[in-house]
Design a protein. Structure first.
Length: 393
């Protein structure tokens, strides 16, 4: 352990990373405000897309931290701190969500009492879909995530100084408790912010769909940061391309899982052929949306599947960087496909491009901020040496 500690030397990330983050965030915010005054409804839906993108990266990363502890994984220990930095997005979500909370009437059909009173279906759902309970759920979910994040990351950082192995055991227990909470809260989040945009529609598999896309996007962001930081010499010097293999393999696995869940949802709706279910897909197969539906299949499944199919591709740094950026772009398309058909009289707008800049800027800024506070390698973790010794069979 002392050897690992002496070999790793903490370096400050370059200032241009922070500058890039502030530029993207500032540009997205400035143009987004202009877009808000130009087309308020479209701008707020685009901000919802950016928020869900940020949220998915943050909570997906915290799940991966928990899975490492529960699964007893060794290979991921040298890169876990990168995952923890991305999970710290969670602590900023209560602030980022405020513009959406104040715009509930602009986002949701069910938030209008006159509409609900004239609709029997919405009346039946009003005990769940009402503003007060909605806001309570939003902040309760964020509070649960924040508590688990604080406890788990506090233990991890403390271990850098104390080398106390009992902190690992505490995080294993916390992770085991967190995972069931995650399953419930990610479903609530997906239903509240995305599925209730079209409150007459329902899908019992929708929470799993959003979970799978969140993990895919998180793995892409993690892989991109790890590869770049490794190439620039910020990670542990013993980190080699073999450590990238499992990241590539996990991306490949969850890309297939996302495709399986997406197709299963479609197949069940198509097979039942019930009007209260199929209209959601019909809407996304008309008026030009069919082209985006096809593009989603290509970008989110076919291309990543082909790119990561072989074993060498899963540990090729250049391939992993490219496909990680590709998957993050595909995740934006996925969220766009879920959200933007709710724009009445849809037409493509410049607002659709600039608002996502906020999401990318926030992620870079949060990562840079956390990297200043902690080591990029969990030097006190008792499994660090085993992780560094990992080799692909």
């Amino acid at each position: 352990m002392l050897q690992n500690n002496s070999e790793y030397q903490k370096k400050n990330l370059p200032k241009r990373l922070s500058q890039l983050g502030w530029f993207l965030f500032g540009a997205g915010l400035f143009l987004g405000v202009i877009g808000f005054f130009t087309d308020q409804h479209r701008a707020i839906l685009n901000y919802l897309m950016a928020y869900m993108f940020i949220l998915s990266i943050g909570i997906g990363s915290l799940l991966l931290v928990a899975l490492e502890y529960v699964g007893g994984a060794d290979w991921s220990v040298p890169i876990r701190r990168v995952v923890e930095f991305l999970s710290s997005i969670i602590i900023f979500l209560p602030i980022l969500v405020l513009p959406l909370v104040f715009s509930i009437h602009d986002i949701f059909h069910w938030a209008h009492k006159d509409v609900v009173s004239a609709d029997q279906i919405l009346k039946g759902k009003s005990s769940y879909l009402n503003e007060t309970f909605f806001i309570i759920r939003v902040f309760a979910v964020l509070a649960i995530w924040g508590i688990f994040y604080f406890l788990m990351i506090r233990n991890s950082n403390a271990q850098d100084k104390s080398y106390d192995q009992t902190l690992t055991k505490r995080n294993i227990i916390l992770s085991a408790i967190f995972i069931p909470f995650f399953a419930v809260t990610i479903t609530i989040t997906a239903v509240d912010w995305l599925m209730s945009l079209e409150p007459h529609w329902f899908s019992t598999i929708f929470g799993v769909y959003f979970f799978s896309s969140s993990v895919v996007a998180s793995l892409a962001a993690i892989t991109l940061f790890v590869v770049i930081l490794k190439e620039k010499g910020f990670m542990h010097p013993k980190l080699i391309d073999d450590h990238l293999f499992s990241l590539g393999a996990l991306q490949f696995a969850f890309i297939n899982f996302w495709a399986y869940i997406a197709f299963s949802q479609y197949l069940l709706v198509w097979y039942a052929n019930l009007p209260e279910e199929n209209f959601w897909f019909i809407h996304r197969w008309q008026n030009g949306w069919q082209y985006l539906s096809i593009l989603l299949i290509i970008t989110h499944f076919i291309v990543p599947y082909a790119a990561l199919l072989s074993q060498p591709s899963k540990m090729d740094p250049e391939r992993l960087k490219f496909i990680s950026v590709w998957i993050l772009f595909a995740h934006f398309i996925d969220l766009y496909w879920l959200i933007m058909p709710n724009v009445e009289g849809y037409y493509f707008s410049w607002i659709d491009i600039v608002v996502p800049l906020i999401a990318v800027g926030v992620i870079i800024l949060v990562f840079n901020y956390r990297a200043k506070k902690s080591n990029l390698v969990p030097i006190g973790d008792p499994k660090l040496q085993k992780g560094l010794d990992f080799r692909v069979p």
